[in-house]
Design a protein around this ligand. Structure first.
Ligand code: NDP
Ligand code: OXD
Length: 312
């Protein structure tokens, strides 16, 4: 059998994705890597999540690669990625909404000292803790793209002082824009709650390190919902122990699943979730894939394109 669509993931089981694609386009012929009967020449579209490096280049007639997620670091880091093939990533309102819920939840959690209240609850201690008013709290979002911008826009009406750091200057009402390396120190110096929503690229890898985080005001908190490799784990743990960081909400880790021996599991100042901030909705991505394939077969171009020269 030959099929123009190939499902290729080292992490996701194909069933749910295949049934979702088939329900929208019953005639779509799909095969699953690494089935032995896949004919490389027949593959025109690849639907991927963390594909093994070197595999995509073995399909000479690829017309488009679809990422099942918003972050494409595991794809663009493949030195053999066929760079003439467009890469379309996940941009979808359901995913954006889910991430915004996560960010709003944990900004409030850190601002309102919920972690401290839970510690007191465990001790059966009835004690009110003070928290500043939202107007006094400065939230800084690293990465003012699709996800960061939406989260910022939803936090503004709650009264927080919002700022964002990006590559290029942004004009989002109520959100102060900082951009580029030269403006990073000023951005950090005025941030009480730092939210990382950057893509993982060679420039942003390890950016949540001692030297950068030490530029935050003492007692700032960190929310990382982007990628684990943004963080230098030992630096974050040390800064929590030293009190420079008062708390951290972490959704992503350099090694996932987080190993049982990791100190993050039990650190009293850490709240963690298992890379669950914003999952891709199979129906939403399937709609995007099916519609894009239909458009491309009529001669159209794919949307949600990654700029391969920038890596995001
Ligand atoms: P976008 O590409 O829309 O936004 C990225 C933002 O980061 C842009 O504002 C960009 O600036 C900025 N940026 C990139 N590189 C730099 C740099 N070197 N210095 C400063 N700013 C930089 O991405 P999304 O908002 O869609 O997604 C962000 C990330 O969130 C994903 O890459 C993924 O890793 C993560 N994610 C995590 C999920 C989870 O469940 N934990 C779910 C979904 C996504 P500019 O706009 O100027 O180019
Ligand atoms: C994504 C993710 O990038 O789920 O979409 O991490």
């Amino acid at each position: 059998m030959t099929a123009p669509v190939l499902f290729l993931s080292t992490v996701f089981k194909p069933d749910i994705w295949l049934s979702s694609l088939k329900s929208l386009s019953p005639g779509l012929a799909i095969q699953v890597w690494p089935d032995a009967d896949v004919t490389p020449e027949a593959v025109r579209y690849a639907v991927v999540w963390r594909p093994p490096h070197g595999v995509l280049r073995t399909f000479p007639n690829l017309a488009c690669v679809f990422s099942l997620g918003a972050g494409v670091d595991a794809i663009v880091s493949d030195p053999d990625y066929p760079r003439h093939v467009p890469l379309s990533r996940m941009i979808d309102p359901t995913l954006t909404q889910a991430m915004t819920e996560y960010v709003v939840l944990h900004v409030l959690y850190n601002h309102r000292r919920q972690r401290d209240f839970e510690a007191l609850q465990r001790l059966r201690k009835w004690r009110a803790l003070n928290a500043p008013r939202a107007e006094q709290v400065r939230v800084g979002i690293m990465g003012l793209g699709v996800l960061g911008t939406d989260a910022a826009q939803k936090l503004v009406p709650l009264g927080y002082q919002l700022s964002g750091w990006s590559m290029t200057r942004k004009h989002v009402p109520g959100v102060r824009s900082f951009c580029g390396q030269p403006e990073l120190p000023a951005f950090l110096a005025q941030t009480d709650i730092l939210v990382c929503l950057l893509p993982l690229t060679p420039e942003t890898q390890g950016i949540l390190n001692r030297s950068v985080l030490s530029q935050l005001p003492k007692g700032a908190s960190l929310i990382n919902a982007a990628r684990g490799a943004h963080m230098v784990p030992e630096d974050v743990l040390a800064l929590l122990d030293e009190g420079l960081l008062s708390g951290a909400t972490l959704d992503v880790f350099p090694e996932e699943p987080l190993p049982p021996e990791s100190q993050f599991w039990t650190h009293p100042k850490v709240t963690l979730t298992p890379h669950a901030a914003a999952a891709t909705d199979p129906r939403a991505i399937s709609r995007h894939i099916v519609e894009t394939i239909a458009a491309m077969e009529r001669g159209g171009a794919p949307g949600n394109l990654v700029d391969l020269s920038k890596g995001y």
